[in-house]
Design a binder for this molecule. Structure first.
Ligand code: UDP
Ligand code: MN
Length: 337
């Protein structure tokens, strides 16, 4: 339906890459809904173009420029910058109903049935199940609700410093009022839950429809070796659920990198979207340095960039050779240093 949309948010190039993977995962699972991404003004032009190739609508939200109550709220609560940007999703009144999804989520099967739910439907947060997790939620755009949310932000702020605190404060009867607004956990399966309740994950995990890479370490904080299928790096010693991380990286390498390459033409095809990682605290440089000291095959293309582009477009990336992850990563390293 044209008046229903999935909505996500990216204020940096790193989160934009997450949004690209999310968008591809929604499309690959044949969503019939519109797809919208809200972006902050700092997302680079190539990343914006890549997002435009994947999403129906890319909307720049600049809370500082907005000159309205959001700006006023920001002046009073400067710590809520990203949160206030996220709340802008309530202004998308061209849609009657939307599903918001964090940029660090990945869709594993069609989830259009979420649009049968009402505002505010969400899954429990694994850390405090009487709160909902705000990584996936169903809402109805409304200027009235938006104004009330901003007013709530200004007066009460956020008990956890982010959007989840504001939204749980505002929709405060979620835990008790209406069980139909409790989404099954498989619509927002977070890595944390897997190891806190492994038997439940073994019993129900195969039904997962949305994975949420919640927490400090995001999929893009790791490095990935396509030969060994090994994931390394991040701030933790071992990734919390490597199977889903592998899904993320596989989708990124096979469907997002070609879109990025189109934006760059002859330029290194993944460069621009990593520039902001220099200031991204979730990225560890240790692994990067460690791995870049090992020898790699030449990254120079043996065919013309036009031929190479054609191959990418036909889905024939040379993953074991020229387009190997080592080579891609080496290119990335030059931007990280
Ligand atoms: N986000 C963003 N830029 C930021 C931080 C967050 O665009 O610097 C958006 C993005 O959509 C992200 C969501 O806000 O998925 C919530 O943040 P995050 O996923 O990092 O929180 P967590 O799920 O780990 O609590
Ligand atoms: Mn998240």
């Amino acid at each position: 339906m044209a008046d229903q949309a999935f909505v996500t948010l990216a204020t940096t190039d790193s989160y934009a890459r997450g949004a690209m993977v999310l968008g591809k995962s929604l499309r690959n699972n044949d969503t019939s809904k519109k797809m919208v991404v809200l972006i902050g003004p700092n997302v680079s032009e190539p990343c914006q173009s890549a997002l435009r190739r994947i999403y129906d609508d890319v909307m720049v939200v600049n809370v500082l420029d907005s000159g309205d109550t959001a700006h006023l709220a920001l002046l009073q609560r400067p710590e809520l910058g990203v949160t206030l940007t996220k709340l802008h999703c309530w202004t998308l009144t061209q849609f009657s109903k939307c599903v918001f999804m964090d940029a660090d989520t990945l869709v594993l099967s069609n989830i259009d049935e979420l649009f049968d739910r009402e505002e505010l439907s969400a899954a429990p947060d694994p850390g405090w199940p009487d709160c909902f997790n705000s990584g996936v939620f169903v809402f109805r755009p409304s200027v009235d609700t938006y104004d009330k949310l901003l007013q709530y932000c200004t007066e009460k702020g956020s008990f956890d410093g982010g959007d989840q605190g504001v939204l749980n404060g505002f929709f405060s009867n979620w835990a008790t009022a209406d069980i139909s607004k409790h989404l099954p956990f498989i619509y927002n399966l977070s890595s944390i839950a897997i190891y806190t309740y492994l038997p439940a994950f073994k019993q129900f995990g195969s039904g997962a429809k949305v994975v949420h890479f919640l927490g400090q370490t995001k999929p893009w904080s790791y490095t990935f070796d396509p030969h060994t299928k090994q994931i390394s790096g991040g701030v933790q010693d071992a990734p919390t659920h490597p199977a889903f991380l592998l899904d993320w990286w596989t989708l990124y390498a096979s469907t997002v990198v070609p879109v990025l390459q189109e934006q760059y033409g002859d330029e290194p095809f993944v460069s621009g979207c990593l520039e902001s990682q220099e200031s991204d605290p979730t990225v560890t440089t240790e692994t990067v340095q460690e791995e870049s000291s090992t020898s790699h095959a030449s990254v120079e293309p043996e065919m013309s960039s036009e031929q190479r582009k054609e191959q990418w477009e036909q889905g024939q990336a040379d993953y074991m050779g020229m387009d190997s992850f080592d080579n891609i990563k080496r290119k990335l390293d030059t931007f990280l240093k």
